[in-house]
Design a protein around this ligand. Sequence first.
Ligand code: ATP
Ligand code: MG
Length: 465
Amino acid sequence: MSIRAKLAWTFILLLIFGITAISSYSIVFIRNFLLEEGEKQILNDTEWLAITIQNLRIDEGFETNLNEAARTSGYRISVYDDEGRLFAEVPYHAQMEAMEQLYPAIRDRLAETDEIKLDNESESNRIRAYSMIDADYNPIRYLQVSILKDQIYEPIKTIRWIIYTGMFISIGLVVLVSILFSRYISRPILQLESAARDIAGGNVDRTLNLDRRDEFGDLATSLNKMAERFRKDNLEIKKMYDKQGQFFADITHEIRNPLHTISGSLEMLQLKELDPKKSEHYLLTAVRQTERISRLFKDLVTLQRYDSDSYFIEKQVFDLSTILSQVIDLYRPEAERKGIELVYKKRSQYVIGDPGKIEQVIDNLLSNAVKYTVEGTIQVDVTVSEPDGDVTVSVKDTGIGISGEHLERLFDRFYRTDKARSRDKGGTGLGLAVVKSILSAHGSDIDVRSTPSKGSEFTFRLPKG
Ligand code: ATP
Ligand code: MG
């Protein structure tokens, strides 16, 4: 059974039960009320009938007068003499047998007190009232006034009709309202269910617009947020998938090129009458390319370790100037050969980090600065933001620079702004990816500012030691 049908049936049954119960209770209540009122009325009426009959004379008008009293009061009137014998009974009714003799028990009860007695037995279909009469002009001694209970219940027929008609109209309305209401309640549930099914089926572009300010509205908002989240995750996964594809293509490419060169050089070296100078050249080429492959693998292994092992970094306090001087000294001969000035004012500065890994960061930044600068200066600066701030290291060159469109992907693995030129210079495009990984393992990041054909500046921060 659908949720809508369940809701509708629950409402209908509950309300029908309620309406029927109220109607039945009303009818019982009204019956009892009418009976009580009838009892009070008959007691009242018996009193004045007794007075009227007391003054009647036995003459030719007696029967007419008694009949008139019965007609106007609406009761059946029986009068008895001193012995309890029936004297007269009006109105005459052929089917209704008159009580010829008034029970002695009733006479005795009436004799005890002077009051009017009421007789309303539940199994009897009549209410009766008895009274003694102290008549001067007639032999009447006892009066019995009675009325059919059905006569008292007469008004209930009309009331019952009104109640039943009202009940059927209410039930009809209830059915209608229940169907409409269950529709109103279940519509958002069905919409939510269909949206959830769509989203679960992968249709994450689906949005739900319920326009309700209740719990269903909240649920729809949550569902929309969930779909939004799935959309973002999907995009992220797609990006990662593309990146991974690109990554493998790059590795294959990076290895295939030096392998080609090595196999070419080895083929040349196989030639018998090769001149020693040329053979030395081919040998050197093969060695360089082998080194390049080995460096590539070393970088890849480093990156892989950063990805999988966060304890790869062993932090300690060390003097940054020692490491900077060592690395700068390493690059000084090459810089001098190219006519580039390398500037660094050595000043002791303690920082917290892994000295070996920071050395690799500086090495990679300086290697790039020297590699991508034709003339000018390379300046290394260390500044401290006071009082207990971080230590900022900056490597600034006057090289070829990097245009804006490359900056976003500059730190991606194998990314190079100019593949051919970088490869000529022996680059694999992993240096800056390694730098970024090392610094993020330190809880830091790398910034770059660059103007094409003017120069670049790379900066990173370390906590003061
Ligand atoms: P390697 O893996 O040997 O370092 P690479 O130097 O080509 O190779 P990265 O160090 O990652 O790779 O640098 C990525 C790219 O960013 C370089 O190919 C180069 O195009 C650009 N780049 C990096 N540093 C500079 C710089 N100082 N000036 C200009 N371009 C730079
Ligand atoms: Mg590099």
